[in-house]
Design a protein around this ligand. Sequence first.
Ligand SMILES: [Zn+2]
Length: 125
Amino acid sequence: MSKIKFPLAVLKPILDHLHLEEKKLKKRKQELKKEDPYEDQDRVNDNASIDTDAAEEAGHERVTALKSEIDRTLIRVRKTLTRINLGRYGQCESCGKMIDTDRLAVDPTASLCIDCAKKLPNKKQ
Ligand SMILES: [Zn+2]
């Protein structure tokens, strides 16, 4: 079995895209930190009303949800970068078959072929 499935000319734009994506996600995470009321340093000393507390909690929950979404995407991006380095890009993680290139064009981080992805209806892979 040959190790490198895609020529560098094909992988290069994907790599560039993934690195850019990683950078954007990291930046977004930093920005989110500032939006999280729980990260507010003044908060420790304020005797906020219950209303404020509730608003802070809602804000914190929203930020936490967004953060975990970003983390999931970051993991996908990093996993894809690792697979490129290993020469396994485009190979289904489950069955080892090549993933359809149309599928990869839509989602470069796809790690399962269409057949395996269908078997996992709840997991968007
Ligand atoms: Zn598969």
